[in-house]
Write a protein that binds this ligand. Structure first.
Ligand code: BG6
Length: 478
């Protein structure tokens, strides 16, 4: 659809940026914080790029005032960050660690004092190790009650100061990486266990949303979903069917539950055939249906292009975590689809397709299927950056990426999609879970390397100034 002219961004559009606790905070064992599964997992040799960890990360825990001052200088309207569960409840349940909670209290006040709206993510992958040890974390239904209790502590403490809440960050990623691909803790590779853990996460998500409403918390709440819209490689009906399989398997399987409380029919039936379907107990569907979100949070990085994959076809393939272009292996789900190179799209050095039109397509699909407003909770370019002798970073490739994706959002708004905001990934450079510190996403360069923390000095990249101008103009001159 071509428009003669584009609609302006809404006046209160949240031009923001984002981070996650483990990736920025550091201070992994300070002020009463208990260990999370990531604090333990990164100690296992070979799990992360060059054995990197978040022990210090970019030391946001101690430098949050400096970081918020930079956000204010840029003119950010919103900052999305996550709360480390084991800072608030060191073993995941029981006594509150007041010092841990106070850190977030102070951060929120600091943001508000600078006219930046806090967007709070309750869970960005760092489940307390205590709960993993006690009952296997997401694999037990006990997680529903414990996650809800933890969420309620935050709702009550920050009610009135926080107006945008994100429940689970990328449930599709932490569940598949944790229980199928074994890239994330707990490093399991077992589909039956994966779909069970995923069902528990669905129930915990819905239960936290219900609690939010019961407590009369002000504001809006929703999950952040990692959505990569699926294309067919060409119009061959078998490839079209593969793309439909991929969309139902990778996207609708999660978003249908969030919004409608029901799994897509064909995929659930296929899981039953494999013996992998989760057990749905009486009351589950009712709980899921009740816990409908106010918005869909979308983390968008790329699209997937699919082709027919026979029953004895390709399965899991290795990811590129080194930044050596072209090292990702072919992958798919036998009998459903396999992922192909899209001849029309450029890729990053980590082999992620760059596709701003894919963002517009994804926003349109969500808006039409679920009729919910959308908050982009992540989008950005992970690339190598270099610091010049004059301490500058000329990241015109990132400006280009963000400009094109902002334009795609404006086109989606013109198409009629209700957009709440755009939180880019990320504000400062940070730890990429599996890719170390060399895969940079920030507007602010943090001078550290994989195994050399240096002084963690902050430098504004060229993209910092581009976003500053874009925010000031409310996206009028993209
Ligand atoms: C999302 C996560 O998957 O993508 C972030 O929510 C993550 O935590 C981001 O950092 C980018 O992925 P990566 O693997 O490049 O760090």
């Amino acid at each position: 659809m071509e428009h003669k002219r584009l609609s302006p961004f809404p006046k209160d559009f949240l031009w923001g940026s984002a981070s996650a606790a483990y990736q920025v905070e550091g201070a992994w064992d300070k002020d009463g914080k208990g260990p999370s599964v990531w604090d333990e997992f990164v100690r296992i040799p070979g799990t992360t790029f060059k054995e990197t960890n978040g022990d210090v990360a970019v030391d946001h825990y101690h430098r949050y005032k400096e970081d918020v001052a930079l956000m204010a200088e840029q003119g950010l309207k919103a900052y999305r960050f996550s709360i480390a569960w084991s800072r608030v409840l060191p073993t995941g349940r029981g006594e509150i660690n007041e010092q841990g909670l106070q850190f977030y209290d102070d951060l929120i006040d600091e943001l508000i004092a600078h006219n930046i709206k806090p967007v709070v993510t309750l869970y960005h992958w760092d489940i307390p190790q205590g709960l993993q040890d006690a009952y296997g974390g997401w694999e037990s239904r006990q997680i529903i009650e414990d996650f809800t209790t933890y969420a309620a502590i935050l709702f009550e403490r920050f009610n009135g100061r926080v107006h945008h809440w994100v429940t689970l960050n990328e449930q599709n990623v932490f569940i598949s990486h944790g229980y199928q691909l074994a890239y994330h803790p707990p490093g399991v590779s077992d589909e039956k266990r994966m779909y069970n853990a995923n069902h528990n996460a669905n129930l915990a998500n819905a239960s936290a949303i219900n609690k939010f409403r019961e407590l009369g918390t002000s504001g809006k709440i929703g999950p952040s979903f990692a959505y990569g819209p699926n294309y067919a490689i060409d119009a061959h009906p078998k490839n079209e069917l593969a793309a439909l399989n991929a969309e139902e398997f990778n996207a609708n399987f999660w978003m249908d539950i969030y919004v409608w409380g029901e799994y897509p029919k064909a995929i659930f039936h296929w899981l039953e055939e494999q013996g992998w379907a989760p057990e749905i107990l009486p009351g589950d569907t009712e709980l899921l249906k009740k816990g409908k979100p106010d918005f869909m949070g979308v983390n968008y990085y790329r699209t997937m292009t699919n082709a027919f994959n026979p029953i004895d076809g390709v399965g899991h393939g290795k990811m590129n975590t080194t930044g050596e272009k072209g090292t990702s292996e072919e992958k798919g789900v036998p009998g459903l689809f396999k992922i192909q190179d899209n001849p029309y799209l450029e890729k990053t050095n980590w082999d992620w397709e760059i596709d701003p039109t894919g963002l517009r397509i994804g926003l349109r699909r969500i808006a039409s299927r679920y009729r919910l407003p959308i908050l982009i909770t992540e989008n950005g370019l992970g690339e190598y950056d270099s610091l010049t002798d004059d301490k500058e970073i000329h990241d015109e490739y990132r400006i280009d990426y963000l400009r094109q994706h902002s334009l795609a959002i404006q086109e989606a708004i013109t198409d009629g999609v209700e957009m709440l905001g755009y939180c880019t990934w990320s504000f400062t450079d940070l730890l990429s879970w599996l890719n170390g510190y060399q895969k940079r996403y920030g507007f602010v360069y943090v001078d550290r390397e994989e195994n050399d923390e240096k002084e963690l000095k902050r430098y504004k990249k060229d993209s910092f100034y581009w976003y500053q101008k874009t925010i000031k103009e409310n996206g009028a001159n993209l």
